[in-house]
Design a protein around this ligand. Structure first.
Ligand code: ATP
Ligand code: MG
Ligand code: MG
Ligand code: MG
Length: 470
């Protein structure tokens, strides 16, 4: 049955209130007193102190709808049906209170009785040797055994170094063969958009001593996360996250400004979805106190804004326009986040300034980059952009390196990372001497994942996988 995104959020939170959970508002995207994380990326992240027993939670059962940013998903945005850099995560949490029996039973009750999702389209995954969970799903919850699959550690074991950790169970919705990749082995866990994972139940039942020794926790915890937009996408029967009611209104506004119709050209659709996503993430980040900068969180913000501006250009918009979309983002999110309205003027102003700054140099930068790429295309050998050119685009034309890397990669080229990093180091050294304290630089390096790349580039993919850079 069609249900609006705002209504789904409310249904979830009030459902868990009836199960004696305390409803808390979303925590800010900016981690509070946690330097280990750039931005909040799950419902559980701001509650780490409660899971680790460092502080006492207000209640042993909590439910939230948490704003999340996941920049490691950036390249999927607009291309897969299910990834945004911004999304909201619904969750119910138990701090040493209830465990697997209740978590599985309530999850199933919510989706099959409250939301009435058809059972034959639902699938459940368990961690490969978590027979306890399998047994509960089958015998207590009543899930069809042929709809339960075992997945490995990568998908179904939750862990962050030492501390509480444990197996997960995920719930998937089968959107039908026509949404799939068509490969003969396509099944739950496949990367395509047929079986969409929408709810992850984490059973944190072990303590990892940091050396791989697991002991059972006396009071195990529950941490679940369900993507609100993914759930809405399923309930509304639309193709992807960006076609969900409230999100779609933002995309429509962009479409209008660009004079580009959705669903006429796949490349343009990707751009429309990317802009829709990035304006959502940047508005929420700004509202939570992140400001554009060349390092750390501020760099993430800047990069998202510039990437959105570039996709605007691809749609033929050459004037600042993102700031005009802010009003729609505010309007569509007012129900849950009324504070956005109070900040609307501020949000528009900052975004406009950023767009204007970038616009001053972007045209010239593209011209230069296009020329270089053309000559690279014509040359036989040269498939690598020099560090010097990449640095010049960054330093003079305001191109975040990830943006250059992405544009270059679209043509099958790469960047001389080692020499770029060297030039960056020289500049960083200069900046440090000029204006920053030693501590600030260390922190910025740390958060950008650049701490270990002073003299040697250790690998962009590794850093990216850790979510340290985009
Ligand atoms: P996927 O495998 O599809 O990338 P995930 O396993 O990385 O998802 P989790 O870390 O388990 O996701 O997060 C819990 C839930 O949050 C997911 O089941 C999904 O509903 C939602 N979610 C995760 N990443 C995103 C995203 N980038 N955009 C929207 N929703 C997301
Ligand atoms: Mg993921
Ligand atoms: Mg997954
Ligand atoms: Mg998951």
């Amino acid at each position: 049955e069609w249900t609006g995104l705002n209504e789904l959020r409310e249904k979830f939170l009030s459902f868990f209130e009836t199960k004696a959970h305390t409803r808390l508002p979303s925590f800010p995207l900016l981690p509070q007193g946690d330097q280990s994380l750039l931005l909040i990326n799950s419902g559980m992240a701001p509650m780490k102190k409660w899971f680790l027993g460092q502080e006492t939670p207000p209640s042993k059962r909590v439910t939230t709808c948490q704003k999340c940013i996941r920049t490691p998903d950036i390249e999927n945005v607009g291309k897969t049906a299910r990834h945004g850099t911004f999304f909201e995560m619904l969750g119910n949490f138990s701090f040493g209170d209830y465990f697997k029996h209740e978590a599985t039973k309530w999850a199933w009750e919510f989706i099959t009785e409250e939301l009435k999702l058809p059972v034959d389209r639902l699938w459940v995954s368990i961690y490969e040797d978590d027979d306890e969970a399998r047994d509960i799903w089958i015998n207590e919850v009543g899930v069809d055994p042929s709809h339960i699959v075992r997945l490995g550690k990568e998908d179904n074991f939750w862990e962050i170094g030492a501390g509480p950790c444990g197996p997960c169970s995920e719930i998937y919705f089968d959107r039908g063969e026509e949404k799939g990749c068509g490969r003969p082995d396509c099944a739950v866990g496949c990367d395509c958009d047929r079986y969409v994972e929408f709810w992850n139940l984490v059973f944190s039942q072990f303590d990892n001593d940091g050396e791989g020794h697991y002991t059972r926790l006396e009071h195990p915890n529950i941490d679940t996360g369900m993507g609100l937009e993914r759930l809405a996408c399923i309930m509304q029967g639309v193709d992807n996250l960006f076609e969900v009611d409230t999100v779609q209104n933002i995309m429509k506004h962009i479409s209008e400004i660009a004079g580009v119709k959705y669903h006429e050209d796949e490349t343009k659709d990707v751009s429309l979805r990317v802009i829709t996503d990035h304006i959502r993430s940047t508005v929420f980040m700004l509202a939570d106190g992140v400001m554009p900068a060349n390092e750390g969180r501020g760099y993430v913000l800047k990069r998202l804004l510039r990437r959105a501006a570039r996709h605007g250009r691809l749609l033929g918009i050459n004037e600042p326009f993102l700031y005009r979309v802010v009003s729609t983002v505010v309007k569509e999110n007012e129900v849950a986040y009324p504070e956005l309205k109070e900040k609307q003027n501020f949000l528009e102003k900052i975004i406009k300034i950023e767009e204007e700054n970038f616009n001053k140099t972007i045209g010239k930068g593209f011209e230069i980059l296009n020329q270089i790429m053309e000559s690279m295309q014509n040359g036989e050998e040269q498939k690598t952009l020099s560090g010097q050119d990449a640095f010049r685009l960054y330093d003079t034309y305001g191109f975040p390196i990830d943006l250059t890397r992405e544009i270059i990669a679209e043509k099958g080229f790469d960047i001389d990372e080692v020499s770029f990093t060297e030039l960056m180091n020289v500049q960083r050294e200069r900046a440090r001497k000029a204006r920053m304290s030693q501590d600030d630089v260390a922190w910025a390096d740390e958060t950008l994942g650049l701490a270990g790349v002073k003299t040697q580039f250790v690998g962009y993919d590794a850093l990216k996988a850790e979510g340290k850079i985009l």
